[in-house]
Ligand binder design. Structure first.
Ligand SMILES: [Zn+2]
Length: 415
């Protein structure tokens, strides 16, 4: 087993505690010790004087098969061969940006995340730890159903089911094909005028069947949910991770709080921020406002500020992969958590590291997301102070060391 000693770093362990100066010893894929004056015997030594050592980040809502998407057609058109290569490129890009873990939300074809995850785990490709996302599972007429009577579109980026039995079959299929996370489109969406964000086309019975089936395979369920009724359905049915969640009422907030030890919430705020302020020339701010994105962003701010105060475990992740919010800029979500939800930079970094690691390993004994003894050795050495300037982790030039499972992906500390 190879040993590495990172010496003289400013160590921020991801718990939210103040950083301390010291050394960190890695043995194999784990952190063996954190302290001061650790012995360098038998170790490769990395001199980290003046640098900030933090856990690797987790993208909580990954779309590895999305690259500069401007329309659903971009998900449908590419052949599976090209799409697999694209997915592998995006995965490596995320690791280059300090994301040592990606929780896959959904992919454009069923096995894109699975195949790339397997190749990375086998050491054939470079990339983060991946929990592979499934296709979106939706219902007839809802988000992702691109078919019309005169223009049937089977094989789109969504698996359309109706009723619990079809849901059971779809979830079992995704499990058989190796997906880790099953994605449900429970509520509507501003991109689908027939089912706007406040609607809830998927039924409780369908969601419950998906959860029970996925859990029986040891898999997790995550849901696209913007409506109040949708959030309640998901929380009642036992969904593991909820995305978006713009709309709430007092009852829903209480239900979130009751479930706070078992659910993770990923607001995906960057999508709305970039749609409103940075989507030219793909979409004008006027069109975004016509779609109600400004109101959704306001609702998101209100809801997630309330959820923060109630101690919900938020994870960063922003639906990156669109032309206006490209994969690779994912760490910007940290600054959006500060700007929109009232998190301090340190708290937002906890959402990017400790909470993400806990989400990746939920239901297992594995330890990820903190710089503590026994944890998997995923970490970054940053030139700068993310606790005062969260943008320090957005620019990959500042990431002097990227390590995943004790293996160095990048080391420019001596440069
Ligand atoms: Zn998404």
């Amino acid at each position: 087993m190879s040993k590495t000693l990172i010496r003289g770093a400013r160590i921020w362990d991801g718990s939210g505690a103040e950083p301390t100066n010291g050394d960190l010893l890695i043995n194999g894929d784990r952190i063996e010790a954190v302290g001061s004056g650790l012995s360098a015997e038998g170790c490769e030594v990395i001199d980290a004087q003046g640098m900030f050592l933090m856990p690797g980040m987790t993208e909580g809502h990954g779309h590895l098969s999305f690259d500069n998407v401007t329309a659903t057609e971009d998900l449908i058109k590419p052949g599976v061969e090209e799409h697999t290569l694209l997915t592998a490129r995006v995965a490596e890009r995320l690791l280059d940006q300090g994301f040592t873990s990606v929780w896959g939300a959904s992919e454009a074809k069923l096995r894109l995340g699975v195949a790339v995850r397997n190749e990375i785990e086998a050491g054939n490709l470079k990339g983060p730890r991946i929990r592979a996302g499934s296709l979106e599972i939706s219902v007839t007429g809802a988000m992702g159903d691109e078919s019309r009577l005169h223009d049937p579109r089977p094989g789109g980026p969504s698996h359309i089911v109706d009723g619990p039995e079809e849901m059971r079959k779809a979830v079992r299929l995704a499990c058989r094909e190796g997906c880790d996370n099953i994605k449900l489109d429970v509520s509507g969406d501003p991109f689908y005028p027939g089912t706007p964000a406040n609607t809830t086309p998927m039924s409780y019975e369908e969601v419950k069947m998906a959860v029970d089936t996925a859990h029986s395979f040891g898999k997790r369920v995550n849901a696209h949910v913007r409506s109040i009724a949708g959030a309640k359905v998901c929380l009642k049915a036992g969904v593991d991770a909820l995305f978006h969640c713009e709309f709430t009422d007092e009852e829903a907030l209480d239900m979130f709080e009751e479930a706070k030890d078992r659910v993770y919430v990923v607001p995906t705020v960057s999508l709305f921020h970039t749609l409103l302020y940075e989507a030219e020339p793909y979409m004008s701010a006027d069109v975004a406002r016509m779609m109600g994105i400004d109101r959704l962003l306001e609702a998101s701010q209100e809801t997630h500020t309330a959820l923060r105060k109630r101690g919900i475990k938020h994870v960063i992740g922003g639906d990156f992969g669109f032309a206006w919010s490209p994969n690779g800029t994912n760490a910007r979500d940290i600054e959006f958590f500060v700007k929109y939800y009232g998190y301090s930079p340190a708290e937002a970094l906890v959402c990017a590291t400790a909470n993400g690691g806990a989400m990746m390993t939920m239901g297992t004994d594995e330890k990820l997301g903190l710089l503590k003894e026994g944890y998997l050795a995923d970490m970054l050495l940053v030139n700068g102070d993310p606790l005062t300037d969260t943008a320090a982790v957005v620019d990959a030039n500042n990431l002097k060391l990227i390590m995943k499972g004790g293996v160095v992906h990048k080391n420019t500390t001596a440069a």
